[in-house]
Design a protein around this ligand. Structure first.
Ligand code: ATR
Length: 288
């Protein structure tokens, strides 16, 4: 691409940002859409998030993504926060407006779009959700707001599972999230579930581990969705497949959270064929 006086800049703030795939996603989209736009990573030190946001605004940045560990801290530096992001308590996308940035969460709509594009339904489903950290909390919101019929939220520390379940049930006005200790997985009803893996177990370089190893657990899963995309075939996914289930990694979610951010910044919709073309090159880049 040619950078000139009209080039608009977007970027990512986080720490670390060195291994991010987001510049690849956004710069590929800009190229395919012939937009004069560039997306760069910004490594921001702890304590520098608010100055980074004001600086980005002063420098006329068009939009920003936010990653670990700043998704909630960043909320203090915004002039407006979208309702979904406010509920989830995490912002991963900033859109430039008159006077400052507005915060959105595109992670959950991204997961929803990724699941829909694989033909996976949430509505009316009984779901097992593994984890109660930041990612799992957002997934619990998604499941409740998309009318899952029941979500068993299993976590190593039961207190955290109870806290997340209580908060999501209260904020969505639905009693759908049932907290359980991870070690009680054998108490799950004998039926087939969609299982969403939202713990950090299995994430590179911890590639030989899954949060539960017991085959009996995996016999209860018809579809396993791991939010992890590195590695692209996690131990959780292998265990699901070994018991006859279908397994998916989180790369499409990463793609769609980026696409939704790009759509917000540019006020357009990216056609599905183009999304799939970007997915193809993204997979090639990952060697999968
Ligand atoms: P993220 O923002 O990616 O969700 P996080 O907030 O640190 O990360 O949450 C990590 C999740 O992985 C938590 O649910 C954590 O369980 P605890 O709440 O009990 O800590 C889970 N997790 C991490 N390591 C684990 C392990 N070895 N066994 C079981 N669960 C684990």
């Amino acid at each position: 691409m040619t950078i000139d006086g009209y080039t608009r800049t977007c970027g990512l703030i986080g720490n670390p940002v060195e291994h991010t795939l987001s510049p690849f996603i956004h710069n590929t989209l800009a190229e395919k859409l012939s937009h004069n736009l560039v997306y760069v990573p910004f490594h921001v030190e702890e304590g520098q998030v608010l100055p980074a946001i004001s600086g980005a605004y002063a420098l006329n940045l068009f939009g920003l993504n936010v990653t670990v560990p700043y998704k909630s801290q960043v909320m203090d530096g915004l002039i407006q926060i979208d309702e979904l992001a406010e509920k989830i308590g995490a912002v991963n996308t900033l859109v430039r407006m008159e006077g400052g940035f507005k915060g959105y969460n595109t992670d959950m709509p991204g997961l929803y779009r990724a699941m829909s594009s694989e033909g996976i339904q949430i509505e009316g489903q009984e779901i097992i959700l593994l984890g109660a950290g930041g990612a799992a909390r957002a997934v619990a919101f998604l499941c409740a707001s998309k009318n899952a019929s029941k979500v068993y939220l299993l976590n190593r520390s039961l207190e955290k599972a109870e806290a997340v379940a209580g908060e999501v049930n209260e904020k969505t006005g639905k009693e759908v999230i049932y907290p359980m200790a991870l070690s009680d997985y054998h108490r799950l009803p004998n039926q087939k579930f969609l299982a969403i893996q939202a713990t950090s177990v299995g994430l590179y370089p911890d590639v030989d581990n899954a949060v539960i190893e017991d085959e009996a657990f995996y016999r209860k899963i018809h579809t396993g969705y791991d939010l992890i995309y590195k590695p692209s075939d996690t131990r959780f996914m292998q265990l699901v497949r070994q018991q006859g289930g279908k397994a998916f990694h989180g790369l499409k979610m990463l793609l769609y959270q980026g696409i939704i951010a790009y759509e917000l910044w540019n006020d357009l919709s990216v056609p599905e064929e183009m999304a799939l073309e970007v997915y193809k090159v993204l997979k090639e880049k990952m060697g999968i």
